[in-house]
Each structure stands twice: as structure tokens, then as C-alpha cells.
Design a protein around this ligand. Structure first.
Ligand code: AHR
Length: 516
């Protein structure tokens, strides 16, 4: 349209009080060319000995008045089960590289009290150790990801931990495990050698780390069917040097290379931005910074495709999520932050990106599960609330182990703010294990609803049914006084007489529907 006609058309719409839909965004799902399976562990969680993430938030001890099962809070575990947590990473993070597993076994009252030097300098009672962690995972029905200590530990210490956890023999370590109450080996699905070796894990170079990794991996011995998949600690942000060296030199010794990226509204660690009370500028910058993970993954995948064309090595985003300035009045080392509609949108944008890279991204772990950073659950003594991020995870459950499907978006407008822009609609589709076709849609624009015309060639769509998550304010969140302020509600749309189906997505919303 020439500029004058366009201006006239826009003015007419505004004068009519109507909404200036340019054209619906067209979303086409190709069911004839199924893509890779979206590994359920893409929806994994991370629980570190940090703040009240484990103690108080999940583990209160068997003697607590808060109802619990062997110390783990029944309310929190119940909600996490409902969310189908597929995998938990433990005990850190930075904490892992100062954690000595022998401190966390045997009678709890005799365990040594240490100082958590990374997180707030508080006392670490070691009440949660190996047996308690596996109890948590078994209560959740989740896979396990144990992070070994390379920073202040050794190949021998990690090798003995793996033996303690996995040996079915009568070795002294296996017998010690039995004496501590566990006859059969624990199911250790994944074991990482170190964490953030470039930083809190020891300020190493990729060269030094890769040599240590190869040495350590050699000695993590276990019967074949009990041996965990071994993970190498990789890089962060746009750095691909770790992925490059590890995938060239330790290709036969690794299940995957880990990667960390945190979304910071301002992009600056010194002043990150607030979790609530922010303006549209930080809504926009947060979503825009989140979307950068797509190019980070692409750059790393290019490197992997060069060094590992057989696609043996996974790219594992084992820490991601929003990181804001801590809530006023809380311990700065506890990383406690509120969680709003913006966090749910961030989560959904990440999910859609992870699905696109499902052939390499075989695991991710949001940081973190309870009371820390972008949490699923916040607790206050005996109270708990589900965050908008929890609801996004719950809505996306059908995507766990679903088969991804190619999806094409046409006429997707840009959501612009202050001269920068991001795509308005993000979408993902998959065939779930229940045989149904699922579609996830995100509207990043906080000011306008959007129309999406859905087409599945060869299929006469009758309707879509599912749930939508949105709220009036950018920072709508749940509180202990009003825990249901924001939660998903039913959503459906039907095809018109012409057989075409159009979905109206509210502004700033996440939708997951089954296409029928
Ligand atoms: O998730 C909090 C911290 O962030 C982790 O301990 C560390 O690995 C990362 O820097």
C-alpha cells in the first residue's frame, strides 16, 4: 500500500474506534514432516543449596509442624508433582564446587556444619545430603542430575561418590550406603563434572578444564546400566570456546555440554532491574534480552554441527531464567525475587526456542525451583504460592516428550518500543504422547491483542481448546494474601462456516491449546 493510502486506512480505523489489525498472523503447522522429540528434560528444574530454596522452601525436617514426608513439605511436593517435574539438578551451581558429599551422609545430627560461602555466608547443616536428595526425586518421580565438585574436589572424590550411589557390589562404599539406609543403588541419571569452570567453579581456561574433565570422566566407573550420563560444564552467553574445545577433544566422553544464560532486564549485573513495579521499557528489554538465547544456541549448535555431525553431544541449558535485584529487606545472597506475568512470558518464549532446537537441546534447568530467582513456588513459613512461571510450566506439560512439528509464521508484526522491536507472536507446535496436536502461542505485545489464523494442511480443524494466561498489569503477581491473582483460565475457539480458524490472543498472554 502506498504511504498515503496506508495513513488514510489507519486514520479510518482509529476514527471508527476499531483496532488496526493489519492482517491476521498466519500460522501453518506441517504434520507430515515430524521433527525431533522434545526431551521431557527440557522442562527440568534446579535446586541449589541457596537461600531458602531447599531449607524452608522444600525441606523442613521430619519434626516440623509443617506437614511433610521424611522432611520434604507435602504442599510443595504435591504442587511440583502436579507440574510433572521431569528432572532435578542438585546440589549447585556454585555451591557444588565446594560441596563434599561425605558431609551429607549418616546420622543428620552428626553431620558437619559448614559455611555457605557462595550464598549469604549462612550455616549449612548438611541435613539435605545424597539420601535426602534421592528421596525428593523419588517422591517427585523425577530423573536425577547430580553436579560433582571439580573446584575443591578431585577425580577420586567424584569417583567414590559415583561408586557410593551406584554400586550394587559388596564394596565398602556400597555397604556404607546400605548402613545409611539404602540397599539398592540410587538411580543417577546425569552427573556433571564441575559448574561454571570459567567463574565460580575455579576460574579455569577451557584448555585446563577439558583436560581435567577427560581425566575425571575416565574414573567415574559404574556398571554400564547404572552409570550416569556424564555432562561437561560449558560456557555462557555468546562464548563458544568451551563448546568448541570440549566437543573436539572429549566427544566420546560426554552426553552433553552445559550452558548458562540469565535474562537481566537492564543487561547489567550491577543494577539488574526490579521484579515488580517496572515500566514498559523493562517489559520490552526483558523479553528482548530473553530472545537473545536463540542466537546463542544457534552459534553453539553451529560449532557442534562442525565437530559432532553425528549429533551425539547434547547442548544442555542447565541454568536459565530471569535474575532481578533482590526483594527489599531480604538477604542479598538468597536471590529471592517476585515472579510476575512477565516471567511466565519469558518462560514460554524460552520453551518455544528450546523446542526449535530439540535435536541438540535435550535438557534445560530453570534457575531455580523454589524461592530462588525465577521460581515455580514461593513460600513463607507454612504458606506457599504458585508463581506465573509455575503456571507456564503446567500449561506446557503436553510438550514433554512430544514430537516437534515444523511451524511457519507469516505476516508476524513487530512489537516496537523506543526504536527497537521484537516479533509480536512466538509459536510452537508438537504431537503429544496422547496423540493430540498442541499449539503454544505467546503475544509479547502488552498493548494490543493479536489475531492468528491457524492452518494445518490436510486437516479440517474444528476447534482449539486449552488455557490462556494473562493479566491486566505487566507485573501482576500472586501474593500470600491473594495467591490466585494470576492463573490460567480456559480458552477455546471454533472454526467459522468457511472452515477457517482464527484465534484472538489477548495482549501479553500465553496460550496452549489442543487442536481438534
Ligand atoms: O543460579 C544461581 C547461580 O548462578 C549458580 O549457583 C551459578 O552456577 C550461576 O552463576
Amino acid at each position: 500500500m502506498n504511504p498515503i493510502k496506508h495513513a488514510v486506512a489507519t486514520l479510518c480505523l482509529i476514527a471508527a474506534g476499531g483496532y488496526a489489525y493489519a492482517a491476521p498472523v498466519s500460522v501453518t503447522i506441517d504434520t507430515t514432516r515430524p521433527g525431533p522429540v522434545i526431551n521431557k528434560n527440557v522442562y527440568g528444574q534446579f535446586a541449589e543449596h541457596l537461600g531458602t530454596g531447599i531449607y524452608e522452601g522444600m525441606y523442613v525436617g521430619p519434626k516440623s509442624k509443617i506437614p511433610n514426608t521424611r522432611g520434604w513439605r507435602n504442599d510443595v511436593i504435591g504442587a511440583l508433582k502436579e507440574m510433572h517435574v521431569p528432572l532435578v539438578r542438585w546440589p549447585g551451581g556454585c555451591f557444588a564446587d565446594e560441596y563434599h558429599w561425605r558431609d551429607g551422609i549418616g546420622a543428620r545430627e552428626k553431620r558437619p556444619v559448614k559455611v555457605n560461602t557462595n550464598w549469604g555466608g549462612v550455616e549449612e547443616s548438611n541435613a539435605v545430603g545424597t539420601h535426602e536428595f534421592f528421596d525428593l526425586a523419588e517422591q517427585l518421580g523425577a530423573d536425577t542430575y547430580v553436579n560433582g565438585n571439580l573446584g575443591t574436589g578431585s577425580a577420586q572424590e567424584m569417583s567414590e561418590w559415583v561408586e557410593y550411589m551406584t554400586s550394587d557390589s559388596k564394596s565398602t562404599l556400597a555397604e556404607l550406603r546400605r548402613k545409611n539406609g539404602r540397599d539398592k543403588p540410587f538411580k543417577v541419571d546425569f552427573f556433571a563434572i564441575g559448574n561454571e569452570a570459567w567463574g565460580c567453579g575455579g576460574n579455569m581456561t577451557p584448555r585446563y578444564y577439558t583436560d581435567l574433565y577427560k581425566q575425571t570422566e575416565t574414573f567415574l566407573r559404574a556398571p554400564k546400566h547404572l552409570r550416569p550420563q556424564i555432562i561437561a560444564s560449558g560456557g555462557n552467553d555468546y562464548d563458544t570456546t568451551w563448546t568448541d574445545m570440549i566437543s573436539r577433544e572429549a566427544k566420546k566422553q560426554t552426553y552433553g555440554i552445559s550452558f548458562h544464560y540469565y535474562t537481566i532486564p537492564t543487561g547489567k549485573w550491577e543494577v539488574k532491574g526490579a521484579a515488580t513495579g517496572f515500566k514498559e521499557a523493562e517489559w520490552f528489554s526483558t523479553l528482548s534480552n530473553t530472545l537473545k538465547i536463540d542466537s546463542m544456541i544457534k552459534k553453539n549448535v553451529e560449532v557442534l554441527d562442525r565437530n559432532d555431525p553425528e549429533k551425539k553431544i547434547g547442548f544442555l541449558v542447565d541454568e536459565w531464567g530471569t535474575w532481578y535485584d533482590v526483594e527489599k529487606g531480604t538477604n542479598a545472597g538468597f536471590l529471592y525475587q517476585q515472579n510476575t506475568l512477565r516471567d511466565a512470558v519469558v518462560a514460554a518464549l524460552n520453551f518455544n526456542i528450546f523446542h526449535e532446537h530439540a535435536d541438540r537441546v535435550r535438557m534445560t534447568n530453570i534457575a531455580q525451583m523454589v524461592n530462588v530467582l525465577q521460581a515455580m513456588i514461593l513460600t513463607d513459613k507454612d504458606k506457599m504460592l504458585l508463581t506465573p512461571t509455575y503456571h507456564a510450566y503446567h500449561m506446557y506439560v503436553p510438550f514433554q516428550d512430544a514430537t516437534s512439528l515444523p511451524i511457519t509464521l507469516k505476516d508476524n508484526p513487530q512489537y516496537s518500543y523506543n526504536g527497537s522491536s521484537i516479533p509480536e507472536i512466538s509459536a510452537s507446535a508438537a504431537r503429544a504422547k496422547d496423540g493430540k496436536l498442541y499449539l503454544a502461542l505467546v503475544n509479547t505485545n502488552p498493548n494490543q491483542e493479536a489475531e492468528v489464523a491457524v492452518d494445518v494442511p490436510g486437516v479440517a480443524i474444528k476447534s482449539v481448546k486449552g488455557r490462556v494466561l494473562t493479566a491486566p498489569a505487566l507485573d501482576t503477581h500472586n501474593t500470600f494474601q491473594a495467591p490466585d491473582t494470576i492463573k490460567p483460565v480456559p480458552f477455546s475457539a471454533s472454526a467459522g462456516a468457511d472452515g477457517k480458524l482464527t484465534i484472538k490472543i489477548p495482549s501479553k498472554a500465553v496460550i496452549v491449546v489442543a487442536v481438534e
